[in-house]
Ligand binder design. Sequence first.
Ligand code: PEP
Length: 248
Amino acid sequence: MAPRKLAAGNWKMNGDLASLDQVDALVTAAAGAGCDVLICPPALLVYAMATRVGTGELLVGGQDCHAKASGAHTGDIAAAQLRDVGATHVILGHSERRADHAETDAIVAAKAEAAHAAGLVAIICLGETEAERDAGSTLDVIAAQLAGSVPEGATAANTVIAYEPVWAIGTGRTPTVDQIAEVHALLRDHLAARLDDGADVALLYGGSVKPGNAAEIFAIPHVDGALVGGASLKAGDFAPIIAALDAA
Ligand code: PEP
């Protein structure tokens, strides 16, 4: 079984009810595409988006969940609550959450376990800072984050890995093809060594993916899709990225 291709959009803290007008065009773009298409809007919009999608082929996900199943955690959201309102996936360990909320690899792994228990696919994000790349430690950083953030019980069916260099997120800068290829080869090797079906875990690249660079990125070995921020906010930008993944 080859990894299932996935075009995932991360709306971050952007959008409102009026933004759901994008959904119809996104459903059209997703229909018949040879890949999964996912949008992760702010948590407040998950239910409304999932309802608007209806029986369409667009998947809806969350951007974070708590590690616990329920309880006294004011302001937090449980994985089962995301599932209850129609989410199929949840992004975990995004570099903005690692930076803004001091999320460690252990916290990310605990959240991923909670996501799995609730029946969600965990999209676990990893990536080096610019200082780490300049210091030549990218591969060590990625290997350590992978080892620490992927929990026991991870499989190709419940886990996706997103390689997102911190310095490429929202900056318009992207790594070279060789730099992406090197990290994705490491991810594939380490997952294959650790998980029975590690060869089938989908590996996404994220960081300034746009319609103009998507085809080149999707041609890189072991790139099975993308996690897209800014270019996922408008269906007119995201649709060509979906088409490029479909064609890859
Ligand atoms: C992201 O936030 O996951 C991301 C990749 O953002 P952007 O595409 O805007 O760089």
